[in-house]
Write a protein that binds this ligand. Structure first.
Ligand code: DGP
Length: 112
């Protein structure tokens, strides 16, 4: 099911894109919750973590490698947080699998 993120992949709406390859896209979050906050999404339309199948293993792996590489390129030497909200109870708003990377400040635990 296409979401707003499909429109970003297709360049129908603008975003500050930090990385793109055949499998995934990384772009800055429109509503940053930390000095650095970007999202990594698969180009494949997967709704959430709960919808993953074994066939998606390489896609998820690629997304996390890209999260790490872009975090390094963004200068997050002190560390960062990788978050994936899943479903209503997980606080997921956009129904397209995405990984948040947040850094540039000390993160607190537990999240709300
Ligand atoms: P989540 O609650 O995990 O579904 O987070 C969705 C994130 O997506 C939220 O932090 C804001 C971000 N977001 C929503 N719409 C857009 C958009 O049009 N552009 C960009 N860059 N980010 C968006």
């Amino acid at each position: 099911m296409p979401s707003i993120f499909t429109k970003i992949i297709d360049r129908e709406i603008p975003a500050e894109i930090l990385h793109e390859d055949d499998v995934c896209l990384a772009f800055r979050d429109i509503s940053p919750k930390a000095p650095t906050h970007f999202l990594v999404i698969p180009k494949k339309e997967i709704v959430s973590l709960a919808d993953l199948t074994e066939a998606d293993e390489a896609i998820v792996g690629r997304c996390i490698i890209v999260a790490s590489q872009v975090a390094a390129a963004e200068g997050l030497e002190g560390g960062y947080r990788l978050v994936c909200n899943c479903g209503d109870d997980g606080g997921q708003e956009v129904p397209h699998l995405h990984f948040h990377v947040m850094g540039g400040r000390k993160m607190t635990w537990p999240p709300g």
